[in-house]
Write a protein that binds this ligand. Structure first.
Ligand code: FEO
Length: 405
């Protein structure tokens, strides 16, 4: 794989990560993920963002650096937009191989270089408004964009070419192979990456949506011709596509964009009695012709549940009582909803119980802070009666109507 030239003297390099190991140790990546970095050449050479040694990433980087006419040993500057180890862990080895390369990051980023990686010297703090002159007319500018994804995060901008190096922002799961630019993929491939960008956003970025919105506002002052993130596709033909997509995603849980008029059904059942009640709810939803996705827990990994639940205006939470409390796999999902700030949903919770209830109480306590609009819950003991089933169908209709509003 060769480096890909974005504009003269600016190259993308990337590693396709195909690994059974989960991203961040949590999120499955059945379609892989990329780590992207960028070489910018003036009289001096800068490497923007790095990688961790994972699934042959460093060997992939070395081959592409060579095709860009440079190497880890030859770079003059290492610019770190973000210090999470997927973009930085190789820094310890890089410093041994190239002790002269100066490392630039925000003050909080430099503190992490010192304290996390124990690298004390050859560091430069940069802030919004600062720049790095590489010579030959190539100047890189820095913009602090805290909390996309960590507090130290910034973006780097090449004004001459209009390329924005945005790190985690505008990223996606999914490997790329030999093509890296948006205009090199088919509509079907874009549909795949769109879903993987939603899954990435809901898993990694959604907690920080308010900061994404702020950063998007700041970026309006720049003439961005190419969006160059550190995961996934590089957007040179239609950079607005990914910016608009991120604005929409950020709006789902901050209220600046409406969620999709659809329902995500999440269910778990111990012996099939909750499942039987859910079927009546689904009949009600179908009667109102509202589209829905459906995930059983724990069978479906939370990563995929989050993606569909994040974009949906409506949620059905179907689970039985387990040991006086919520069905544990659903408690895990609700814990993630809280951490990722899944606010503003319209929700219906149903479920059966055996000899005593309890899930309802714990559920209502858990969602109190979520700012959800709830359709009245339905609970029943064991086998749902005909009256229970009729009520469940009606509540399904009620939720569907709310979602359509
Ligand atoms: Fe891709 Fe927050 O690291």
């Amino acid at each position: 794989m060769n480096a890909h030239e974005i504009t003269p003297g600016v190259f993308a390099i990337h590693a396709d990560i195909k690994s059974a190991a989960r991203f961040e140790g949590i999120w499955p990546i059945p379609h892989g993920v990329t780590l992207n970095s960028y070489i910018v050449k003036g009289e001096k050479t800068a490497l923007i963002d790095l990688a961790k040694d994972w699934s042959g990433s460093i060997e992939q980087y070395e081959r592409q650096l060579e095709t860009a006419g440079t190497s880890f040993e030859a770079i003059d500057y290492l610019i770190l937009n973000h210090l999470e180890p997927d973009h930085t862990a190789f820094i310890v080895e890089l410093r041994k191989r190239n002790p002269k390369a100066e490392i630039l990051s925000t003050p909080k980023g430099i503190a992490l270089v010192k304290n996390f990686f124990k690298i004390p010297e050859g560091l430069r703090e940069v802030k919004t408004g600062d720049s790095l002159d590489l010579g030959a007319g190539r100047v890189l500018e820095f913009f602090e964009t805290p909390n996309i994804h960590w507090p130290e995060t910034m973006m780097t901008y090449d004004r001459a070419g209009g390329t924005l190096f945005s790190c985690d922002a505008f990223g996606s799961y999914g490997t790329l192979g030999d093509r890296v630019f948006d205009d090199e993929f088919t509509a079907e491939e874009h549909a795949f990456y769109e879903h993987e960008s939603l899954r990435y956003y809901s898993n990694i970025v959604s907690s920080f949506s308010a900061f994404v919105t702020k950063a998007l506002d700041k970026l309006k002052a720049l003439e961005v011709k190419t969006v160059a993130p550190s995961h996934g596709i590089i957007w040179r033909k239609n950079p607005k596509t990914i910016c608009d997509r991120y604005a929409k995603y950020a709006g789902y849980n901050t209220g600046t964009a409406p969620c999709e008029k659809e329902i995500c059904i999440i269910w778990g059942s111990m012996y099939g009695y909750t499942k039987a009640g859910l079927e009546a709810v689904i009949a009600g939803i179908e009667a109102e012709k509202v589209p829905y996705t459906i995930h059983q827990v724990p069978d479906t990994d939370a990563s995929f549940v989050l993606a569909d639940a994040y974009k949906a205006a409506g949620l059905v939470i179907a689970m039985p009582t387990y040991e006086y409390k919520m069905f544990p796999p659903m408690a895990h999902i609700l814990d993630l909803f809280e951490r990722k700030h899944f606010t503003g949903k319209k929700a219906l919770r149903i479920g059966s119980w055996g000899w005593v209830g309890g899930a309802k109480k714990e559920y209502e306590e858990r969602i109190a802070a979520f700012k959800w609009t709830s359709v009245e819950s339905v609970e029943w003991q064991g086998v749902a009666s005909e009256a229970d089933l009729a009520l469940l169908k009606e509540r399904g209709r009620e939720l569907a109507k709310l979602v359509k509003e």
